[in-house]
Design a protein around this ligand. Structure first.
Ligand SMILES: Nc1nc2c(ncn2[C@@H]2O[C@H](COP(=O)(O)OP(=O)(O)OP(=O)(O)O)[C@@H](O)[C@H]2O)c(=O)[nH]1
Ligand SMILES: [Mg+2]
Length: 652
């Protein structure tokens, strides 16, 4: 039996919540046993919040009236018993609409007026400018109210040509794409630029984000939609109508929005919608099937996707069937098959990505905790050896031992200067990294790109101009990689020295690998060059277009650079925390040794008692070691998410 998208998503959510829960338990256990240094604690917090808040974004893209909004209604909103997203003949959805849930934010529909296009800011910027949005509070218990509010995304305005031109809905260069003026010379444009629905729907609560887009005519769309919003989706559903097949404008949209960025082909799903229009009482079911199959094959060939990724459905009948609980109709709509593919492709991939991220985090966490346990074990056996040497010795020997420990302690504290020097060099190099990847440097790179794109005749050298900009961005990353290598060899040297002189067990954490960020840069570059290549070059001559494009680029690049900086920072903090932890352990060790000698000085017979204590502590550490492995085993194992962690994970 195929599981519906909703069921699959529920299970994925349960897995994530459970994992986050176990991580919390592990953190608590590590903390109770004094095995948690600040770097590990932060890593744990990051992993936990990644598990809890990671979003899965699905974008619905197609020419107008192919049934994007109807498909969203049928997959996600059938439980309301009616249409929630407006879906009607002709152009309906007029602005990109994002559906998601952020707890703590008001449940509402927020709308950004189209006039904000006149100001020089990216959508990313506007997201934080709450006061610029029109907010409509929603009552999600009331389906009628919800649906009426959602009608806002279909609102339009009539404006004079000049205004339409300045807002980007009229181009003198591409007259075929322009809207048709009415008798007074006015044209229809969207009232809103972007809509954000925040609503506690079960799937949205678990991190699903749905992006519904307006049928994209060449001129009205913002570059940011193409070069940022859609490429960042984890899956894109492209919709065709079974009755029309792949039209010229479908193909143009497919080329512009769906064949970009790298190895994403497995998260592109093509839906052949409206198969109900082929149901025909004069044909046998077998004939209808054969017809659908022909359309499927044709679409797969034209778009260059594997046949299993082209799924025929009837969104409308699927919605009706779910509302009326009409099982045969639901089956005929073939909606469940699409949901199964969507769920497996999207969530399976997401789960894999999360697991990879989490596994490497857990590995380094285990190594760190093990190191602390090892250091303690060694300290204990050294102490035991030292005390055994005192057996049967007289008072002056004991006094001598005491002064030897004190001397060792002084020498140890003296060597701190080397550690301080290491820290300051590390800090300086990190500041260099921030300077290279920080926002000031990026801004000037972007200003140069914008200026280059505005030069007359740029059409012929767009690829080169982007190439230069991105070479310089990639160069920044390799510079940072080189700096990191430099810090790394310094860490190795200093750690080796400290290990030799003080018997530490320091090991420099793995150097950050920035290759994946370079890869991301190349994908972004590709999507821009691709976007301009598919008939958008002419727009470079339009006022403001270059700035819009470059602003959209800048907001994406900022995210990449910040992620790279976080990686470097995490590694540097990791090294620092290791050092701190071992210094702390060593200081504690001096105090313990002095205490032990003192006790023996005061009552010589206490020696055996103290040795027994040490032995007990040693076996306690063995137990800790065993439990740590148990924990990690439990965290990384694949077993069902319903096992309550409490029993296995209760603190020692
Ligand atoms: N017969 C049939 N009609 C459908 C189906 N799905 C959608 N429609 C109709 O097609 C029209 C357009 O559907 P929408 O969901 O508004 O299409 P859209 O792609 O969101 O269009 P825009 O918002 O304008 O970009 C509506 O009248 C729907 O009722 C279907 O499976 N079968
Ligand atoms: Mg729509």
């Amino acid at each position: 039996m195929t599981r519906s998208f909703n069921q699959q998503f529920d299970q994925h959510g349960a897995w994530r919540r459970n994992f986050a829960h176990r991580l919390k338990w592990l953190a608590r256990w590590l903390n109770e046993n004094d095995l948690l240094n600040p770097a590990v604690a932060e890593r744990l917090r990051e992993l936990e919040s990644q598990m809890r808040t990671s979003k899965v974004k699905v974008a619905f893209v197609a020419e107008f009236s192919r049934g994007k909004s109807e498909l969203i209604n049928s997959i996600f909103f059938a439980a309301y018993g009616r249409r929630i997203m407006p879906a009607a003949a002709g152009r309906t959805t007029m602005c990109p609409t994002e559906l998601s849930y952020e707890a703590g934010q008001p449940v509402s529909l927020r709308l950004l007026p189209i006039e904000t296009r006149l100001q020089p800011h990216s959508l990313t910027h506007w997201r934080d400018e709450l006061s610029q949005w029109t907010e409509i509070p929603l009552d999600i218990e009331d389906a009628e109210n919800l649906s009426a509010s959602m009608n806002k995304v279909a609102e339009v305005r009539r404006v004079p040509l000049a205004e339409a031109r300045s807002l980007g809905f009229w181009s003198d260069d591409a007259p075929d794409d322009n809207p048709v003026p009415d008798a007074e010379g006015n044209v229809e444009i969207p009232r809103w630029r972007h809509a954000l629905l925040n609503m506690p729907h079960p799937l949205l609560e678990q991190g699903l984000v749905i992006l519904d887009t307006p049928g994209l005519n060449a001129i009205g769309a913002e570059p940011e939609l193409t070069v940022s919003l859609i490429p960042q989706a984890h899956a894109v559903v492209f919709i065709l109508a079974a009755d029309t097949g792949v039209t010229r404008s479908d193909l143009a949209i497919w080329r512009e929005h769906l064949i970009t960025e790298g190895d994403t082909s497995d998260t592109r799903i093509v839906v052949l919608n409206k198969i109900d229009t082929m149901w025909d009482i004069l044909s046998t079911p077998a004939q209808v099937d054969a017809q659908i199959q022909r359309q499927r094959k044709g679409a797969a060939e034209l778009l260059g996707v594997p046949l299993p990724q082209v799924l025929p459905v009837s969104a409308q009948k699927g919605l009706q069937a779910k509302i009326r609980r009409d099982v045969p109709l639901l089956k005929a709509s073939r909606l469940p098959e699409l949901e199964a593919v969507l769920g497996e492709g999207l969530l399976g991939k997401r789960e894999k990505m999360l697991r990879i991220a989490v596994d490497s985090g857990i590995d380094s966490l285990e190594a760190e905790a093990m190191r602390i346990i090892k250091v303690r074990q060694r300290d204990l056996s050294e102490q035991a050896l030292e005390l055994q040497g005192l057996r049967g010795k007289n008072v002056s020997v004991i006094r001598h031992m005491r002064s030897r420990i004190e001397q060792e302690q002084t020498e140890f504290e003296g060597s701190n200067t080397r550690i301080l020097a290491l820290r300051s060099v590390q800090g300086k190099l990190l500041r260099e990294v921030y300077a290279v990847l920080g926002s000031t440097a990026l801004k000037s790179d972007m200003a140069r790109l914008a200026a280059a794109l505005k030069r007359p005749g740029i059409k012929f050298s767009v690829r080169k101009v982007y190439g230069e900009t991105f070479d310089s961005l990639r160069h920044n990353l390799s510079e940072v990689q080189a700096t990191a290598s430099e810090i790394q060899s310094m860490l190795h040297a200093t750690f080796r020295q400290l290990n030799a002189e003080h018997g530490f067990a320091l090991q420099a954490p793995a150097e950050p690998d920035l290759a994946s960020f370079e890869q991301q840069l190349s994908q972004i570059e590709q999507s821009h060059v691709h976007y301009l290549g598919v008939g958008n070059l002419l727009k470079l001559a339009q006022p403001d277009f270059c700035d819009k494009l470059v602003r959209a680029l800048a907001s994406r690049l900022r995210v990449v650079n910040e992620a790279a900086m976080t990686e470097v920072e995490r590694w540097s903090k990791g090294a620092g925390a290791q050092l701190d932890t071992q210094l702390k352990e060593r200081r504690r060790n001096f105090t313990k040794r002095l205490e032990a000698v003192e006790r023996i000085q005061n009552a010589a017979g206490d020696l055996d008692g103290r040795l027994a204590e040490l032995a007990a502590q040693e076996s306690g550490l063995l137990e800790l070691d065993r439990r740590l492995h148990e924990f990690i085993e439990l965290l990384t194992s694949n077993e069902s998410p319903n096992v309550a962690p409490h029993n296995e994970l209760s603190a020692a």
